[in-house]
Design a protein around this ligand. Sequence first.
Ligand code: SAH
Ligand code: SF4
Length: 350
Amino acid sequence: MEPIRRLIYDLDLPDLKEQFEAWGQPAYRAVQVWQGLYKQFWNTPEQFSSLPLSLRQQMADKFTFTGLIPGQVLQSSDRETTKTLFSLDDHRAIEAVLMKYDERRTLCISTQAGCSMGCVFCATGQMGFKRNLTSGEIVEQVLYYARLLKMEGERVTNIVVMGMGEPFHNYDATMAAINRLNDPQGMMLGERRFTVSTVGLVPMIKRFAGEKRQINLAISLHAANDTLRSQLLPVNHKYPIADLLSACREYVEITNRRLTFEWALIYGVNDSVDDARELARLLHGMMCHVNIIPLNPTHRYSGQATTRQRADAFRNTLVEAGIPCTIRLRRGIDIEAGCGQLAIETTPTP
Ligand code: SAH
Ligand code: SF4
């Protein structure tokens, strides 16, 4: 039987050096390969043409360079947002999105196939949990787009970990992926260029705070009282708002970094001026920012997007209360980018 090949992006540089050492190769060879992967974005052994042929063959036998098979590609009508559906080695589907605004080239990447958190308005939540991605599978989404952008003379500038899945439910792989992309001898994507979004897993927020990283953190809040939040985000039963907000305040205190709260405005559910006042009371005095996003309606949730007028009133209420906030119009809404909606339509439900 053919031995199972490891995904090469699952390795850190020291792992790669160890492998090369086992092959009787000098460490600088491993660095050469690392740079090929993370600076040139090569994805076939043949591209490493400065290596001896026998070594390239060893690499081909030991490693696979493609853990993700790109499938359907959708482009928004303004051509600024591209979404690619990938198939994993076990045929699970995930997606990653490229957004081009101004000079930024922002990727939205996935950390899990599906998600176990069950947020009622989320297409990924509606499909349930399939499995965690490995760190290499997370990394490869970035390399895929980096390769495409490189051909256009461009580069990835920002990464938002807001695709399918809950990154703090796959904490180690998510952090390992960020570290690998951050590596000074490789792609060198600065920590500040990353934003990780969590549904609010309190122990992990505390752990993340303790690591004092420069990575940005966003919290999906969506409701300012436990009754409503538990209806929308079942995880709130386990980690209610008081616990969540106390972890958030701890995070800001320890890291001295501004926290982002996300709020998807759902018509008649959480988009009134009273809702905004309740939120302002909750966040009072905290170094934070609120991202308001009109709900992107999904098939299995009856809630609708708010109106422009209600969104403006919501924002004005927050601003008057001294809470900085921005209304983010969803990009690529015509290709259902950003919340697992393509995957849910093409993945058969069990
Ligand atoms: N699991 C993480 C990150 C992925 S979801 C989290 O929940 O934070 C990224 C963001 O999209 C979250 O704020 C999530 O609440 C939001 N989201 C999910 N479905 C949405 C929808 N249908 N409309 C608007 N925002 C949605
Ligand atoms: Fe999971 Fe985030 Fe979707 Fe909730 S919103 S189900 S945590 S992906």
